[in-house]
Design a protein around this ligand. Structure first.
Ligand code: OGA
Ligand code: MN
Length: 296
């Protein structure tokens, strides 16, 4: 049975019907889903029957998975857990706990793993426990935004490389959430600021909050330019807000969309989302020697 595709936003995002990501999926059907990701950047699948094991199996169809590092409660597993529930007891984690403080970084527009030399291809988030209100995830299309940039800004961006760093982006919201060990694991990476989809050749901005500064520019000039680009790319007309329902699976293309979490009542309501992250296949540009990366 062919999949159905319903657009959710004039510029990107589609709801994919006729697929159970937790069941067996024929290669031809999977190829349609993979092609839809290149085309629509964000795919919403409703009423999925995923558990952890099935999510891993489905995610692996897209490519090898990233393993969560020391900064995530899912450390050592393919899951980055976005939740206010303790992984062991299931009890609500108090807001002042470091684990909740750490998740505040998700409220900033970002693209997953851009601070790694090989950034992620796509992520998928499976809704396991959805709060009764709030907690939407928002997405912004850096592809449509790129298309609307003035010609001189496109020219300016061409060939630019930015340094991305989790230590930098987290430092803008809170201090002390990353231990020395976590920082050592994530020295940062260089990324081109314009990417092109290898299938449809459409170009996009590649930035987000992990982008710290522009290589070869002064720190201040690079930061100001990145801020301008991020603000341009996240104007409301480029954004889709996903209101979660139980059983939703949302897949997004980290190469060309930004996303962010939004607030919910973390004291009185429960939220548990399991994220798997599919690794990319290559760095976007030449990587510096470790000593060339700025310590923030
Ligand atoms: C993520 C993320 C946002 C959310 O899982 O990568 O940024 O709404 N999640 O939980
Ligand atoms: Mn994220």
């Amino acid at each position: 049975m062919p999949i159905t595709i319903k657009k959710l936003h004039p510029l990107f995002c589609a709801e994919i019907g006729g697929v159970d990501s937790g069941g067996p999926i024929a290669d031809a059907t999977f190829a349609e889903i993979r092609a839809a990701l290149d085309e629509y950047s964000v795919l919403v699948l409703r009423n999925q029957s995923l558990d952890d094991e099935k999510q891993i199996a489905f995610s692996k169809r897209f490519g090898p998975l990233e393993i969560a590092g020391k900064s995530n409660p899912g450390m050592g597993t393919p899951f980055a857990r976005q939740s206010n529930l303790d992984i062991g007891t299931g009890a609500v984690i108090p807001p002042e706990d470091r684990r909740m403080e750490y998740q505040k970084g998700n409220y900033l527009w970002h693209t997953d793993s851009s601070f790694k030399a090989v950034p992620s291809l796509c992520s998928m988030l499976s809704a396991r426990v959805v709060p009764p209100s709030g907690g939407n995830t928002e997405f912004a299309t850096m592809r449509a935004a790129y298309g609307d940039l003035p010609a001189e800004t496109k020219q300016k961006l061409e060939g630019l490389v930015a340094e991305h760093s989790l230590v930098y982006s987290r430092s803008t919201v809170s201090t002390g959430v990353l231990t020395g060990e976590m920082q050592a694991e994530l020295p940062g990476a260089w990324q081109v600021m314009v990417r092109e989809n290898p299938v449809n050749h459409r170009k996009n901005i590649y930035a987000g909050v992990h982008a710290s500064h522009v290589i070869g520019w002064s720190r201040e000039a690079g930061r100001a330019f990145i801020r301008e680009i991020n603000e341009f790319a996240t104007q409301p007309k480029y954004c889709y807000s996903h209101a979660w329902r139980d059983g939703d699976l949302v897949i997004w293309d980290n190469r060309c969309v930004l996303h962010r979490a939004t607030a919910y009542d973390t004291v009185n309501h429960k939220r548990l989302m399991q994220r798997t992250t599919v690794a990319g296949d290559a760095p976007t540009t030449k990587q510096p020697a470790r000593y060339e990366l700025a310590a923030e």
